[in-house]
Design a protein around this ligand. Structure first.
Ligand SMILES: [Mg+2]
Length: 232
């Protein structure tokens, strides 16, 4: 029987580098283009507060839902296009190579629709088994509400625990404090530190998604070789 492995990625700041704004902030800015001055002010204020880290998970969700309730699929696509422009073919090729030896998934405190559109733009959405986070569900009047699956960092770790029974090895790759419980719960955790000089967390840290993904491949291959030689 083949040893099954799973590699779980965080989305924002891990699968793409955050360049001033994360994907949810970009969606608010995109929605603001078609709204009045008051909405723009409210959106900018929310983003400034979010960047200062003033929200807990619940208050973030409530405010975010109000700000993006009129977001359209075109706005989601626009944000995804921008995110993809920050990474290259090398990241995509590395992910595809990893998908041949490991199942892939995304666990995010962010928005599933944005992660899904991002993978779609890269053309690798079929290589991922799941994307779990918060989903914007649009009704026939064009108003979206938020379905929260992953309510916070602890929920990501709980999912890792629940997947234990299905996988021999679980790798988790993240970029920040909200990923630490998930990384702790995994067999092996890594940090992607895009454009950062210092190692901020006590885990193997990589300067790009490509280097982290290639290291996952090495890690899984050497595990497999060790198991094979143990069987001999
Ligand atoms: Mg992140």
């Amino acid at each position: 029987m083949r040893e099954k492995s799973l590699t779980i990625f965080d989305f924002d700041g891990t699968l793409y580098p955050i360049n001033t704004y994360d994907s949810e902030q970009l969606l608010i800015l995109s929605a603001a283009k078609e709204r009045g001055v008051l909405f723009k002010k409210r959106g900018n204020h929310f983003i400034a507060q979010d960047q200062r880290g003033v929200f807990d998970d619940t208050s973030f969700h409530q405010r975010y839902e109000k700000l993006v309730k009129r977001a359209t699929p075109a706005m989601i696509e626009e944000v995804a296009e921008l995110l993809v422009s920050h990474i290259g073919e090398r990241e995509k090729d590395a992910l595809l190579e990893l998908s041949h030896i490991s199942d892939l998934g995304i666990l995010t405190c962010g928005t599933e629709n944005l992660a899904e559109a991002f993978l779609g733009k890269l053309g690798i959405e079929d290589s991922f088994s799941f994307i779990r986070g918060k989903r914007l569900v649009r009704n026939t009047d064009g108003i979206s509400h938020l379905l929260v699956d992953i309510s916070g960092p602890r929920a990501k770790a709980d999912v890792v625990e629940s997947l234990r029974k299905d996988y021999e090895t679980i790798i988790a790759i993240g970029d920040g404090p909200t990923d630490i419980p998930m990384i702790e719960a995994a067999d092996y955790g890594m940090i992607v530190a895009w454009n950062k000089q210092n190692r901020q967390y006590p885990y193997d840290t990589f300067p790009s998604l490509e280097s982290a993904v290639l290291h996952s491949i090495d890690y899984l291959e050497s595990n497999r070789r060790a198991l094979e030689s143990a069987k001999r």
